[in-house]
Design a protein around this ligand. Structure first.
Ligand code: 5AD
Ligand code: SF4
Length: 445
């Protein structure tokens, strides 16, 4: 069946921040083709579901989202499944449903306009190639309207092959984008109104590239170059791997004022035996020694992490080692997940599956500890005067929500505060997930 070429679009992204970035780039690509974003609540002619495959039931969720796109008269928009489920299960999606027109993987979405044209001709279009020429060069320039806090993907893929993880299969091998492309994109983001840039990569601290003088630089070199960009006020990066946490990057936390005091450094488990089975290249002690060096460089750093409970073979003693490393590390925030066997990963074939009830109970205990640490971190910042970058309106009338340097959400109600401002704020009170603050000084008229 042929379909009219879409005039309006909606992109829905799930999963990690890299997917948010990809979703923005797909939206910009469709806008570049003359399509308009569908208004809130209105039907779109094409819906892109930008999916995540990291944990269980990802595919089921996609099928139910597709079902929900059916209209009362039985028609539906043109539907594109993008992202990591598309990459991992592209052919399977085509077999299971007639209701998907386009399947496009994370390394091929620059070809979306061509796929849309094919779908309009009535073809089912599948593209899960990982072309050698990077998609980045084929994408249009960044839009002139950017959020105050923007994402910039500098590195993609993963060569580490943690035994539980699909990323090496869905995103491919580690690649670093070239220096000039990143600096140019950062300038475009700042020109579009971004005040803060978060450099993204599955292993962002593995980024490597040659600077204009031909010298090989790591992520710290890039951060130092971005530090010189007028108009850019804040720099962040995520996600880092302990193995790539080099001294230069740690030093940047001491030297570069624009680099925010926040580090997301997942450890996954506190048990050396489990870390080995996960094929992590660190043990509990080497992880804690990295934190010592980071804190020596930047004592107020807010630490974040990821944890998996119930990896195959995890005993109560292994899990207690995870609780111990959380206590020793001291997190400002952390994410914890029940292990989910991902098809095709080595861990999926390992013996020693942990029962769901045990996983639930461990997750619960871990989250009680993490929540207490989050509350303690936030409590310790009450009374501090700091800066907040306002990003969006809050739920209450006149309320704005922004981020402190330590990535806390800070709520302020003040007619003098505006989205995009970086204001001096007094932190007044703390909850486990956010802070209340007040502008320290009224803006000069
Ligand atoms: N099961 C549970 N959690 C996982 N993660 C990655 N793969 C899995 C899996 N198979 C978690 C890790 C990672 C975060 C992004 O998701 O903690 O750091
Ligand atoms: Fe999900 Fe990983 Fe893909 Fe991000 S890279 S969307 S976390 S599977």
């Amino acid at each position: 069946m042929t379909r009219p070429t879409p005039k309006t679009f909606r992109v829905k992204s799930f999963g990690c921040q890299m997917n948010v970035y990809d979703g923005d780039r797909m939206a910009e690509l469709l806008a570049d083709q003359g399509m308009a974003p569908a208004a809130d609540g209105a039907d779109a002619d094409i819906v892109v579901l930008n999916t995540c495959h990291i944990r269980e039931r990802a595919a089921e969720k996609v099928y139910s989202d597709i079902g929900r796109l059916k209209r009362e008269d039985g028609s539906r928009p043109m539907i594109a499944v993008a992202g990591c489920v598309a990459q991992a299960e592209g052919a399977e999606i085509g077999r299971r449903t007639r209701d998907v027109d386009i399947v496009v993987g994370p390394q091929a979405y620059h070809r979306l306009p061509d796929l849309v044209a094919r779908a309009a001709r009535g073809e089912r279009a599948l593209d899960t190639d990982m072309p050698a020429d990077s998609k980045f060069g084929a994408l249009p320039g960044r839009s002139r309207r950017q959020r105050p806090s923007a994402f910039l993907t500098v590195q993609e893929g993963c060569d580490k092959f943690c035994t539980y993880c699909v990323v090496p299969y869905t995103r491919g091998a580690e690649i670093s984008r070239p220096w000039d492309a990143i600096i140019d994109e950062a300038k475009a983001l700042v020109d579009g109104g971004a005040r803060e840039i978060t450099l993204l990569g599955q292993n962002v601290n593995a980024w490597e590239g040659a600077d204009p003088a031909g010298r090989v630089q790591g992520l710290d070199g890039l951060i130092r170059a971005l530090d010189r960009l007028p108009g850019l006020a804040r720099i962040r990066y995520t996600t880092s791997h302990p193995q790539d946490m080099r001294q230069g990057l740690i030093d940047a936390h001491r030297d570069v004022e624009k680099l925010m005091p926040f580090l997301h450094l997942p450890v996954q488990s506190g048990s050396d035996r489990i870390l080995k089975a996960m094929n992590r290249s660190h043990d509990a002690d080497s992880y804690l020694r990295i934190l010592d060096r980071v804190r020596a460089a930047r004592p107020d750093i807010a630490l974040s992490g990821d944890f998996i409970v119930g990896f195959p073979g995890e005993t109560e003693a292994d899990f207690e080692a995870t609780l111990s490393i959380v206590r020793a590390a001291g997190y400002a925030q952390a994410y914890s997940f029940k292990y989910s066997a991902r098809p095709g990963t080595p861990a999926a074939a390992m013996a020693g599956a942990v029962g769901d009830a045990v996983m639930d109970e461990r997750l619960q205990r871990l989250q009680v500890l993490i929540n207490a640490q989050q509350q303690a971190f936030n409590d310790a910042t009450v009374g501090r005067r700091t800066t907040v970058l306002f990003e969006r309106p809050g739920k209450l009338p006149g309320q704005l929500i922004g981020k402190s340097p330590w990535l806390q959400s800070v709520h302020v109600v003040d007619p003098d505060a505006a989205i995009g401002d970086i204001a001096t704020v007094d932190l007044l009170s703390a909850g486990p997930n956010s802070m209340a603050g007040a502008l320290a000084a009224k803006k000069a008229a």
